[in-house]
Design a protein around this ligand. Structure first.
Ligand SMILES: Nc1nc2c(ncn2[C@@H]2O[C@H](COP(=O)(O)OP(=O)(O)O)[C@@H](O)[C@H]2O)c(=O)[nH]1
Ligand SMILES: [Mg+2]
Length: 422
């Protein structure tokens, strides 16, 4: 996909759950007060928001680590820990979120304005109050909060519209969009009225096509001047272009030159010049249009591009244009909506591994463990994060804890030796 920042890697972590408290009620003259340890607070979630005002992934180049707040620990007097604050990550509409290591799809944010939870914060641990029973009135323990994992994610931008309307300002792109779709874009006789693409839907032969009115082309766009860059990025995210010209030349320019200038800009930018195009001669209701249209047809024949004559003012010519548009879309690759995928857990049974303690080090051994180890690249942080998550899911972390491993204990798995960390 061209030269844009359309793929970035970030690391994301939801908040840990806060620890429960093991505390006892204390008051002057009151002996053996009951357990009053509060629960830990829930860790903050990580959310995604599809922001229509964001057009690129550029921001993520400068800010690539995202962590939601941890839940607070519970305290005495049955005070619960504070809930960790959620963290919302804004992404451009059409951002596909994958787990970097496996390529697994975690979210496809293609609904403008949609919000969703990407990672859940850890549960807060129970305070000792919960563990009091008739026979155990003074539990001097509480549960730790659930610790969350670090995920490395790859964000990508995908195609968001079937058709992009491109052309100089004031040639009638917004008018055409409103003439053929149910969207109601603002129309104004100003250059760059619309700064973000307006999307509209057209139903043709029982199928929906998404049209984007792509504003903001100026000369020198391929050098990154002004709004030009966003324009090119939006063009890249469509399947087919309707190249609109003011065929009447009502603003004093030659429509054939307009067409050529914009195509030159597109060609200068990666593969955009190869995107299929239909030339749309708008403002056919105005004087001078017929003559220019004849010249345009001759030019377009040489380019191998179909030409259609329309008027957004009188609503003429759109049936034939939309029929050709639908026909061309049929032979182009579709926009995919990616289904979210569950995180796979390797099929390793409990009896596939065992924990052995030699008095100094905890060894995790077994055929299942060896198979898992073969899939890990220990020089790669993504791969290590994944490995750690799998150990947790398979119950290895719990098994180590049961065998007596605690914070800082020495653990060896295959060739790898590391410290046990909660
Ligand atoms: N006469 C005539 N005027 C049009 C036609 N289409 C658009 N316009 C006018 O051209 C101006 C610019 O149109 P607009 O849709 O905002 O252009 P955009 O900048 O390409 O989106 C507006 O004043 C429209 O009313 C048309 O087919 N015929
Ligand atoms: Mg417009």
């Amino acid at each position: 996909m061209g030269n844009f920042v359309d793929q970035v890697k970030i690391t994301v972590k939801a908040g840990n759950g806060g620890n429960g408290s093991a505390s006892f009620h204390r008051e002057k003259y009151v002996q053996n007060g009951g357990p009053d340890g509060g629960d830990g607070g829930k860790g903050g979630d990580v959310l995604l928001y599809a922001d229509v005002n964001m057009h690129t992934l550029l921001d993520f180049r400068f800010h690539s680590k995202y962590t939601a707040e941890n839940g607070g620990d519970g305290t005495g007097g049955l005070r619960s820990g504070k809930r960790g604050e959620d963290l919302t990550i804004k992404v451009p509409v059409g951002t596909v979120v994958r787990e970097a290591e496996s390529g697994r799809i975690m979210a496809d944010m293609d609904q403008p304005g949609e919000t969703r939870i990407l990672l859940h914060g850890g549960r807060g641990g129970w305070g000792n109050k919960h563990f009091a029973t008739a026979t155990r009135q003074a539990p001097n323990f509480a549960k730790p909060g659930t610790k969350t994992e670090i995920y490395t994610l790859r964000l990508e931008l995908k195609t968001i519209a079937d058709v992009g309307l491109v052309g100089y300002p004031n040639v009638g792109k917004s008018s055409i969009l409103s003439a053929v779709t149910s969207a109601r874009p603002r129309v104004g006789n100003y250059h760059f009225t619309t700064l973000t693409p307006n999307l509209g839907i057209v139903r043709q032969y029982g199928r929906d096509m998404v049209l984007a009115d792509i504003p903001g082309l100026i000369e020198g766009a391929a050098d990154g001047a002004g709004l030009g860059h966003d324009f090119l990025r939006h063009v890249e995210r469509t399947r087919l272009l309707l190249h609109v010209v003011d065929i009447s030349g009502s603003e004093g320019r030659d429509p054939l030159e307009d067409l050529d200038r914009i195509n030159t800009e597109l060609e200068r930018y990666g593969t955009l010049g190869e995107k299929p195009q239909i030339i749309v001669c708008n403002k056919m209701d105005l004087p001078g249009a017929e003559e220019n249209a004849k010249r345009m047809r001759a030019l377009a024949e040489g380019m191998g591009c179909p030409v259609f004559e329309v008027s957004a003012a009188t609503h003429q010519g759109f049936e034939a244009l939309l029929a050709e548009t639908a026909k061309q879309l049929e032979s182009l690759p579709p926009i995919l909506h990616y289904q979210e995928e569950e995180e796979p857990v390797p099929e390793i049974k409990e009896d596939d591994y065992r924990v052995v303690f030699d008095g100094a080090t905890y060894f995790v051994e077994g055929a299942g463990m060896e198979r898992l180890l073969e899939t890990v690249n220990f020089d790669d942080l993504d791969s290590l994060n994944w490995f750690h998550r799998m150990l947790r899911k398979m119950g290895v972390i719990d098994a180590l804890r049961e065998a007596g491993a605690g914070e800082g204990s020495s653990v060896q798995i295959g060739e790898m030796e590391f410290d046990f960390v909660e």
